[in-house]
Ligand binder design. Structure first.
Ligand SMILES: Nc1ncnc2c1ncn2[C@@H]1O[C@H](COP(=O)(O)OP(=O)(O)OP(=O)(O)O)[C@@H](O)[C@H]1O
Ligand SMILES: [Mg+2]
Length: 283
């Protein structure tokens, strides 16, 4: 067997070069005259956890849509495991920005999870194949959802529904996990369950995680790098380089203070920062 190619990293050690789980080069998205972001270069390695932060409308969900192959770039290149993304790719697990499910939706918990195996590819799925039920059961068990597996999903609580969405995203054994504000409206204990499951997955299977969030603290211990988008400007780097008063003041073009209070980040800004503040109740 030939040895994989190696590269010398900044600290001088040699490491095998792995194809990035996802990669953006000179990426731009514009809607008409309006450019959301441009010149975006980002490689996410297998097993890496990247948090995407930024105010409402900065283009976080749009980035997720590009990676899902639902929206073409206006310029530049996007690759998932070296290939252009396409709708319904089984190598991507996706937790959509949360919407409450219709109380009368005629789906059981296990049906919702099963959509992660064949929902995007009707007719081509694993329906009826051996192992399907076992995989759905295992995904349900992993999120603690076994007891409501057969309940109508619309009647479940927001936290229970969100656990099922996590199971749906993981059941297909993804190489890339795209999570769009998966903690929204979850209480602290459910936030912990969801972040723990995602972290376990990337450690066990080297799944790359792109995690859109307004609250950095619940995921701060897991985050390798942050992509922070504000009004077309962005910074990419480890939390210690991005979550600073200087960088956020530059991005928001107003004075922002980032305080570290016992390991939690409190972002205090001018009025205009208001709704994007990461301040939270203590855990
Ligand atoms: N297909 C489209 N055509 C025109 N404008 C669009 C389209 N899709 C998104 N936009 C606009 O692009 C901007 C970014 O939207 P996006 O949903 O990516 O923001 P976001 O960062 O996810 O915000 P939030 O924090 O509110 O979820 C918004 O102003 C939105 O209206
Ligand atoms: Mg969004």
């Amino acid at each position: 067997m030939t040895a994989p190619p190696t590269a010398t990293t900044r600290d001088g050690t040699e490491q095998a070069v792995r194809t990035p789980a996802l990669s953006l080069r000179g990426a731009r998205v514009s809607f008409g005259e309006r450019t959301l972001w441009e010149g975006l270069d980002l490689d996410v390695a297998p097993g890496e956890f990247v948090a995407v932060l930024g105010p409402n409308g900065s283009g976080k969900t749009t980035l997720v849509r590009v990676l899902l192959g639902l929206l073409p770039l206006s310029a530049g290149e996007v690759r998932i495991a070296g290939r252009p993304p396409h709708r319904g790719s089984p190598s991507i697990g996706y937790i959509p920005q949360q919407k409450a499910l219709d109380p009368d939706l005629p789906l059981r918990g296990r049906d919702l999870v099963g959509l992660g195996l064949d929902g995007h590819r009707p007719g081509l799925g694993l329906r009826g194949r051996r192992g399907r039920r076992e995989r759905v059961d295992a995904a349900l068990a992993a999120v603690g959802g076994t007891e409501y597996a057969n309940a109508p999903v619309g009647r479940l609580s927001g936290g229970e529904q969100q656990r099922l969405r996590v199971a749906q995203a993981l059941v297909g054994d993804p190489d890339v996990l795209l999570c769009d504000e998966p903690l929204l409206s979850l209480d602290l204990s459910h936030q912990r369950t969801v972040t723990r499951l995602i972290d376990e997955r990337r450690r066990a299977a080297d799944t790359a995680v792109l995690f859109v969030t307004h609250e950095i603290n619940p995921v701060l211990p897991l985050v390798d790098r942050i992509l922070y988008l504000v009004d077309g400007r962005f910074r990419i780097g480890p939390p210690s380089e991005v979550m600073t008063s200087e960088v956020l003041s530059e991005l928001y073009r107003t004075d922002i203070d980032v305080l570290n209070v016992r390991g939690r980040l409190v972002v205090v800004g001018a009025e205009s920062y208001g709704e994007h503040c990461h301040e939270e109740a203590p855990q």
